[in-house]
Design a protein around this ligand. Structure first.
Ligand code: NAD
Ligand code: IPM
Ligand code: MN
Length: 472
């Protein structure tokens, strides 16, 4: 054995893929293609659970199905369930709610991010204004479907639908929200610092009272986080009046369902929204927020971004951070360039949109050895343009104006060489550090224009000892 340190390959993760019904069968293949293009070391196995299978052999979840998923897979990627031929929706209940309940995936995490101002129906709202997350309780509430019908079909018929809230269930989801707040930053890198509990404790006093008491207890363990509260009706109004105020929202199963469709509207519609059904340490499940959308199914018009962003969320959960970053970068590029379906302003089909994102991810993958210094993770830097390249004593300084007007100075010291062609005006999607040039470090400003577009021939590559990015 040589003395050179071997670089350890990350272990391959196994992903169960369940496209399900309707547009799930169209958008999930796009997500799978993009995952493959990202180079993430995963093995994907597809399952045919859904309406067709149920109508064929009466099976919703095969025996041992959930235990098998937990045992054999690290994560599950799901499309949607719902088919007009199955009026009872029994298969969706058994498969989707089955996974959430029986695998105890108690935290339904639904990030709400606006990728482009053009997608938001509200005026004057920028991407930086919509960056919050809804943490939805996922195993209790009215979704337990406890209750019954008495004297059915008679004028005296009675239907009850129980709202089940356990102390343990409420406490773990509220704690999850505080932990999420503590350990996550916003896209612009600023810390998250508010947790808002949303309930209807003014009318539903028993369940609401429990949530109120537990929230009060748990929040005292996080003095650095500002606790807030809103009734769900007021929250709906605030979400469309001023989405800037939200950071982390925690709520019960039903309110979480409703407010995340509303929140999807802020992002450009249901086709843009991603989610994870998570139990830390257990096999978790990831699905777009939207349903099977029967009226548009089979027409190659469904927006695949929600499913693709869900795939990125899943890869991030599996700690494939670089691959997740690449996918999010590529989706942002597709959105901005309108390489998308009609619902978000483009003219491509589902497959063609998926192809564009997969290609963009592959291009980013060509820089596999590169380490991003600044990139789409920072929405201001992304799509920024180089405004000036100048010498300042011993340094080379590249001034960048970000997408939303933020300014960056990128300083290089110990400059050994510069390869440059019309750098001023270059529109960027990343500044990366190439590792293969060690020991002298080489930095590459990635041009977001294609070579055949105006400005696509701009180049700026710098070999230097040091580089720092400073935001002003
Ligand atoms: P839906 O999310 O399927 O559709 C709501 C609206 O959004 C429709 O106008 C639809 O065309 C549009 N839409 C949804 N996803 C889109 C996408 N990717 N691209 C473009 N437009 C999109 O909700 P629904 O119509 O209330 O329900 C249809 C079926 O889906 C029902 O059976 C429902 O129970 C089921 N459903 C399943 C899930 C799930 O499996 N996670 C979620 C929601 C609804
Ligand atoms: C969702 C869906 C599901 C829910 C349905 C299909 C049961 O609307 O994932 O948001 O209500 O949770
Ligand atoms: Mn829903």
């Amino acid at each position: 054995m040589g003395s050179k340190k071997e670089t350890q390959k990350p272990a391959t993760k196994r992903i169960a893929v369940i496209p399900g019904d309707g547009i799930g069968q169209e958008v999930i293949p796009q997500a799978v293609k993009v995952i493959q293009a990202s180079g993430a070391p995963v093995e994907m196995v597809e399952f045919d659970w859904g309406a067709d299978r149920y109508l064929r052999d009466g099976i919703t979840v095969p025996p041992d199905g959930f235990a098998m998923l937990s045992r054999e897979f690290d994560a599950i990627l799901v499309g949607a369930f719902g088919d007009p031929r199955i009026k009872t929706n029994i298969h969706a209940k058994e498969i989707l709610l089955g996974m959430r309940f029986k695998m105890d995936l108690y935290a339904n995490v639904r990030p709400v991010r606006l990728l482009d101002a053009a997608l938001c129906p509200l005026k004057g709202v920028e991407p930086k204004d919509v960056d919050f997350v809804v943490v939805r309780e996922n195993t209790e509430g009215v979704y337990t479907d406890a209750g019954g019908v008495f004297k059915q079909g008679t004028p005296d018929e009675i239907a009850t639908q129980e709202d089940i809230n356990t102390r343990k269930g409420v406490e773990r989801i509220i704690r999850y929200a505080f932990e999420y707040c503590r350990s996550h930053t916003k896209l612009d890198g600023s810390p998250r610092n508010k947790v808002l509990m949303c309930d209807k404790s003014n009318a539903m006093t028993h369940a609401g009272g429990l949530w109120q008491r537990v929230f009060k207890e748990v929040r005292s363990e996080y003095p650095q986080i500002t606790p807030q509260h809103m009734y769900v009706d007021a929250l709906c109004m605030q979400m469309v009046r001023d989405p800037r105020q939200f950071d982390v929202v925690v709520t019960n199963n039903m309110f979480g369902d409703i407010i995340t469709d509303l929140a999807a509207g802020l992002q450009g519609g249901l086709g843009m929204a991603a989610s994870g059904n998570i139990h830390p340490g257990k096999t978790s499940m990831f699905e777009p927020v939207h349903g099977s959308a029967p009226p548009i199914a089979g027409k190659n018009v469904a927006n695949p971004f929600g499913a693709i962003l869900t795939a990125a969320m899943m890869l991030r959960h599996l700690r494939f951070t670089k691959e997740a970053d690449k996918i999010e970068t590529a989706v942002l590029e597709a959105v901005r360039r309108k390489m998308s379906t009609q619902d978000v302003g483009g003219s491509l089909g589902t497959r063609e949109t998926g192809d564009f994102v997969a290609r963009a991810v592959s291009q980013l993958s060509l820089q596999t050895a590169a380490k991003f210094k600044a990139y789409v993770g920072d929405p201001d830097f992304h799509d920024g343009a180089i405004v000036q390249v100048r010498r300042e004593s011993h340094e080379l300084v590249v001034e960048i104006e970000g997408y939303s007007g933020a300014h960056y100075s990128v300083r290089f010291s110990g400059v050994k060489s510069v390869k440059s062609h019309r750098p001023e005006g270059m529109v960027l999607y990343a500044l990366s550090e190439m590792e293969d040039e060690a020991p002298s470090r080489s930095f590459h400003f990635a041009n977001s224009r294609q070579p055949d577009e105006e400005g696509g021939d701009s180049v700026l590559e710098i070999t230097a000892q040091n580089c720092s990015v400073e935001r002003r």
